[in-house]
Ligand binder design. Structure first.
Ligand code: FAD
Length: 443
């Protein structure tokens, strides 16, 4: 069994390394944010410059994971505590599971979360703001037709022009350091004027904010000690980071299990003949292979700007297929990965649902046309059905927090919310809690 840290998602990006890390001598320190009132605009950076902060006593917060939860935590914290200096560390070149793959000449596939719920009052308010900004649109006219509770309960939203636009928007102005895989957290004694590499290791430091957090990565140590650290990654990966330093947070997250999922992306340059644009496993035709099939090019159809140039480039159909957790578990960690078999199974299952009559299987399925493009994305941790009950985890004594879709995030009515909503609620709750920790201390 491979380490979960390296396996989310199972893409090549996890193994890439920031150029500066290849240098034998790390001379850079991490640019962080110190701002008044509004969030600044600062480009995400993969290279760093030394910033002498002149003895600045602003709280320094590190957030591991730049998905919806980590980014929301950072923004919330900075809104309530504008002097905080927040640094995010992200192992990949993307922003987690709100992900899009753009294929030149073909189009864009949302290969992670296809859409999301908005059940809680707080998230509905946020979604309304995003809708007014044109960032988010309802998945179907039905979901936008009413504000009644029943409509809200079934409403799904998509991001325009593609899913990754949401985390990219949330990341604006934040210092996201990538790609950097954090491998270990260490509580160390604080010493003025020293960087992390000079800190004394003090695993038994008493609570009371006497210490700070050093972050280790696969090739060294981040040259800064942080007053607080947040782990904003999937539950299984959180446990790997938290178990050496927080039995309490680990025990809350340990029972959480995320489902594996294979996302199979297929483009046809003509019609498949499918009678629906979305099929889910609760409809007729369940066969244990497909959990859902979705026409991705129709999600924001009719709206300009869908990435990949739908208009005038390729007229066809873009589909994203998700396999069931059972089917996914069977193959997701098999090496070499049986890509041809998976694609063949998925396409046979797809065409079998609307009786295209196609014989022969393989990649010719889907109304008998050969796909113009096929890819498979392996998600070891896609979604969870049993998040930890609290909205987030926080140990005030050492200022260690955890958030993400592995936490319920539902104290304000979001019970039953899906992953994106839970991640947002969890990040927001933790951001407010950290701000309270720092502002309380000042009084
Ligand atoms: C196939 C699929 C279908 C889905 N369907 C839906 C749906 O229909 N509705 C819905 O609401 N949600 C859905 N989701 C789930 C949704 O995408 C997630 O719940 C949500 O995006 C989680 O956000 P997050 O910030 O908690 O975690 P993530 O988005 O996973 O962000 C965590 C980040 O941490 C990074 N990271 C991990 N470990 C480290 C480390 N050690 N060092 C540095 N960085 C690290 C990762 O690279 C990642 O970018 C789906 C997800 C998938 C994959």
């Amino acid at each position: 069994m491979r380490s979960g840290l390296l396996l989310h998602p199972l893409s090549a990006t996890a193994a890439t390394t920031a150029p500066f890390l290849r240098s034998p001598r790390i001379t850079a320190t991490f640019a962080t944010l110190t701002r008044a009132n509004s969030l600044p605009r600062m480009a995400s950076s993969a290279s760093f410059s030394i910033e002498n902060d002149g003895g600045n006593t602003a709280p320094k917060v590190a957030i591991i994971g730049a998905g919806i939860a980590g980014l929301t935590c950072a923004r919330t914290l900075l809104t309530s505590c504008p002097t905080a200096r927040v640094s995010l560390f992200e192992k990949s070149t993307s922003h987690g599971r709100c992900a899009t793959r753009t294929v030149p000449g073909i189009g864009s596939f949302d290969h992670g979360a296809p859409h999301f719920s908005a059940l809680s009052p707080a998230f509905r308010e946020q979604v309304q703001t995003w809708r007014e900004a044109g960032l988010v649109v309802p998945l179907s006219p039905f979901t936008s037709s009413s504000d009644s509770t029943s409509a809200a309960a079934t409403a799904r939203y998509v991001v325009h022009p593609s899913m990754r636009t949401l985390p990219t928007h949330l990341a604006e102005g934040l210092a996201v350091h990538r790609p950097l895989l954090i491998t270990k957290l260490e509580y160390v004694r604080k010493a003025q004027g020293q960087d992390a590499s000079q800190e004394q290791s003090a695993p038994s430091s008493p609570p009371g904010h006497q210490g700070g957090w050093a972050l280790h990565h696969d090739q060294g140590t981040v040259p800064e000690v942080f007053d607080a650290v947040v782990v904003a990654v999937p539950a299984e990966q959180s446990c790997a980071l938290l178990s050496p330093v927080s039995p309490a947070l680990t025990s809350l997250l340990a029972p959480v299990r995320s489902r594996p999922c294979l996302s199979v992306l297929v483009a046809w340059d003509g019609p498949t003949g499918a009678p629906w644009s979305e099929w889910t496993a609760d409809m007729d035709g369940e066969d244990g292979i497909l959990a859902s099939a979705r026409r991705d090019d129709l999600k924001t159809a009719g709206r300009p700007g869908r990435e990949g140039g739908r208009e005038g480039e390729r007229v066809g159909e873009l589909w994203v297929f998700h396999t069931t957790p059972e089917y996914s578990a069977r193959y997701i960690q098999t090496e070499p990965f049986p890509r041809e078999k998976v694609v063949s199974d998925v396409l046979r299952s797809f065409s079998g649902k609307f009786g295209s009559g196609e014989e022969g299987g393989g990649t010719r399925q889907g109304g008998g046309r050969k796909p113009a493009y096929v890819a498979v994305q392996r998600w070891l941790y896609s979604q969870t059905d049993n998040p930890a009950r609290p909205s987030y985890g926080w140990e005030e004594g050492v200022r260690l927090g955890a958030c993400g879709d592995g936490w319920e995030g539902g104290r304000d009515g979001g019970e039953g919310a899906e992953g994106v909503e839970r991640a947002w609620l969890s990040g927001k709750g933790l951001g407010e809690r950290i701000a309270a920790s720092f502002t309380r201390k000042k009084r």
